[in-house]
Design a protein around this ligand. Structure first.
Ligand SMILES: NC(=O)c1ccc[n+]([C@@H]2O[C@H](COP(=O)([O-])OP(=O)(O)OC[C@H]3O[C@@H](n4cnc5c(N)ncnc54)[C@H](OP(=O)(O)O)[C@@H]3O)[C@@H](O)[C@H]2O)c1
Length: 276
């Protein structure tokens, strides 16, 4: 697939398929800064450099605290400020309620930098946010907080599925990840990066429809293929999502406790039982 390349160094690049094969030789495809090296960030830290991208990664505590195992494919540990300097793409993979705290960093990004956000809102974990509880779309709230429209990607896959279920493009039952954003060119960059991590990037349109990939929607953490993704997004019932999201959260807390992500199979069964 040909996609616009962050729109700076070369006009186009051919997105590779993610494999565990050796890193492609030659210049890095895109310069990417990642904030967050937790459940989702640590897998991005491994996969994006493996696909040939130049990746800087940062957490909240400083580069010395980043596990060495995240650097094996070529990611570089830096401060949050350094992570977002001179990049084509910024990926935010930090807790939902921490996003307002990084506005000063986002303010430094040039207009053409693609900002991708992996976040989800769980009031039991993030604290209650009145605007979202009143119906505002999560990514629109994020955009207001950081002063920048985001592309929503990698939010709708569980961290264990993300770490363990990548497949080459065209493989049977390759899992799809929905990508929503208001700028088509930025969405295309995010879709290509999703492909590079071993999943089908599914174009889910603008942020106005991104509630369809929020927690507890049929498309959320149910490991669907591209063919199943469209009907799942269409089947979402907005009024039911908060109740189902909070049920899921309560169940995970009861069975696993705080901070323990479900393993892929248990999480998948739970998501399919509640969301679909
Ligand atoms: N877990 C999942 O299955 C899953 C799936 C899809 C999407 N998501 C969403 O993706 C986001 C990340 O989730 P996660 O489970 O990976 O979170 P996590 O394990 O709690 O990790 C959060 C990371 O963000 C870092 N961080 C916090 N504030 C920061 C700041 N101001 N600057 C730089 N880094 C900062 C933390 O740094 P420290 O290491 O220094 O604390 C940590 O590395 C969340 O919004 C979540 O809802 C999660």
């Amino acid at each position: 697939m040909l996609v616009p390349n962050g729109l700076r160094r070369t006009r186009w690049y051919r997105a590779p398929n993610f494999t565990d094969f050796p890193k492609p030789k030659g210049p890095a495809l895109m310069k990417i800064g990642l904030l967050g090296t937790g459940n989702i960030g640590r897998t991005l830290a491994r996969k994006l450099p493996a696909a040939g991208h130049d990746l800087k990664i940062a957490n909240s505590r400083g580069p010395d605290t980043i596990d060495a195992d995240m650097l094996g494919q070529g990611a570089r540990a830096v401060t949050a400020e350094e992570a977002l300097a001179d990049v084509d793409v910024a990926i935010l993979s930090i807790p939902f309620n921490a996003l307002p705290k990084i506005k000063h960093l986002i303010d430094t990004l040039p207009e053409d930098v693609v900002v991708i956000d992996t976040s989800n809102y769980y009031p039991g974990r993030d604290g209650k946010i009145a605007e979202i509880d009143a119906g505002q779309i999560e990514s629109e709230w994020v955009g207001e907080q950081i002063g920048r429209s985001v592309v929503k990607a990698w939010n709708a896959i569980g961290c264990d599925s993300f770490a363990t279920k990548a497949k080459p493009k065209g493989a049977p039952r390759r899992i799809a990840i929905p990508v929503a954003g208001d700028r088509k060119d930025h969405r295309e960059v995010a879709i290509a990066l999703v492909e590079d991590t071993g999943f089908d990037g599914y174009d889910a349109g603008t942020l106005a429809g991104s509630w369809r990939q929020q927690p507890a929607a049929p498309a959320y953490t149910t490991d669907l293929t591209s063919g199943e993704m469209g009907p799942a997004l269409a089947a979402a019932e907005r009024d039911r999502l908060p109740m189902r999201r909070d049920l899921t959260f309560a169940l995970v807390m009861e069975r696993l406790g705080e901070g323990v992500p479900p393993d892929a199979e248990w999480g998948l069964k739970l998501s399919r039982a509640i969301n679909m």
